[in-house]
Design a protein around this ligand. Structure first.
Ligand SMILES: [Fe+2]
Ligand SMILES: [Fe+2]
Length: 134
């Protein structure tokens, strides 16, 4: 397993946590498909699912952020955009057979997700808690 979930990553916002766990699972699936040498055939659908799931999650989360009037929205959305661009680039390169999904790429995705969830998304959760204490 590449990414082991820790309870401390939970934001306490149910729908967002569900998405985050789903994303972590997809990254682990991708890692395992890569490890057992399944190659492109299995990697590509998982990769597409990861891209689709990320997009769906960002949409949902951004709507939530706007609704609860969280701070630093632009910077947060910018991080989402950068991640989508990175995934789109990786997918097209992979489709063209230019680049295999390397361990380095997976490590990058994992670290990005972990940092983003722990810092940027947690800040949204802090804001929600401050607004409605208890
Ligand atoms: Fe986010
Ligand atoms: Fe998120």
């Amino acid at each position: 397993m590449l990414f082991v979930w820790d309870q401390s990553y939970d934001t306490g916002i149910e729908e967002i946590d569900r998405d985050h766990r789903g994303l972590v699972k997809l990254i682990n699936d991708l890692y395992e498909a890569m490890q057992d040498g399944s190659g492109g055939a299995l990697l590509l659908p998982i990769f597409s699912a990861l891209k689709h799931y990320t997009e769906t999650h960002f949409d949902r989360e951004e709507r939530f952020i706007v609704d609860c009037d969280a701070p630093d929205q632009e910077r947060h959305f910018q991080e989402h955009k950068q991640m989508m661009a990175k995934l789109a680039d990786l997918e097209s390169r992979h489709r063209q057979g230019e680049a295999a999904i390397s361990l380095q790429t997976l490590t990058f995705l994992r670290d990005w997700l972990k940092n983003h969830i722990c810092i940027v998304d947690q800040a949204v959760a802090d804001h929600v808690r401050e607004k409605s204490p208890g």
